[in-house]
Design a protein around this ligand. Sequence first.
Ligand SMILES: C[S@@+](CC[C@H](N)C(=O)[O-])C[C@H]1O[C@@H](n2cnc3c(N)ncnc32)[C@H](O)[C@@H]1O
Length: 255
Amino acid sequence: MMQTIGTGTGSLRTFGDWALRQMGIRDSVGAAHVALRRWGLAPWRPLVPEESFATCIDAALDRLFAADRDHQFGDYLEFGVSRGTSMAAVFHVLRRRGIDQNRLIGFDSFAGMPTGSEEEGWDAGAFASPLPLTRRHLRAKGVDLSAITLVKGWYSDTLTAATRANLTMSKASLVMVDCDTYSASVLALRFAAPLIRDRAVVVLDDWGWRAADGQPGQREAFVEFLTDNPTLRAAPLPAYFEHARVFLVERYEPH
Ligand SMILES: C[S@@+](CC[C@H](N)C(=O)[O-])C[C@H]1O[C@@H](n2cnc3c(N)ncnc32)[C@H](O)[C@@H]1O
């Protein structure tokens, strides 16, 4: 049963009940808040810590350029955009560094986590942010939308060689994997692997998730990625919070 919200008047409750049913949610006030946030009717809670994330990315790029002063910066790839907190933060970090020729490409269903995510510890539909609201948020954050490409769809459909070709993708220098589950992270890292041409910073936002349950998560996805790509090696860099990991990934030619 839905609980009464606010005044508890019959009409509000009836309207609230109807609105939540339209959104497919009517079990709790918590769910109501989630739905209101999704539709831009309540403040969005950032999903990454904006300031420490931006500081960390900036420091990681210092390390990238320290390793390669003449690094030709490729695209920023983001797997898990949601409302766009990390996308906006990266946009401003890059612009402050004078990096403005590259693209920022974000991949998301914009319908939240896929069906089946429950088996990997997340609710289906979690973090859903309809694309127009993500665009509105990015604009409000001062992001130049002409620099951003947002690819909507499930990763099983969008993270393909055809997408790499259609978007004429040839190189990535910064990769943010914030799609939470092991299965989505595997797809994201496989997609990104051939685009890491010389060096790239790779960020994983959900390292060790479910490790305590003995279930695979981003850590296992990253280990698989390195095993499958023996010419890549990864050096850890400082991260922005305890569950995140940041690596400088380098491609080398074995002797
Ligand atoms: C934690 S949120 C990303 C948060 C975002 N980086 C930010 O700063 O707000 C995870 C996102 O991954 C997306 N996602 C997870 N698995 C996906 C899949 N298989 N296909 C498409 N999108 C997926 C969800 O839709 C969700 O928006």
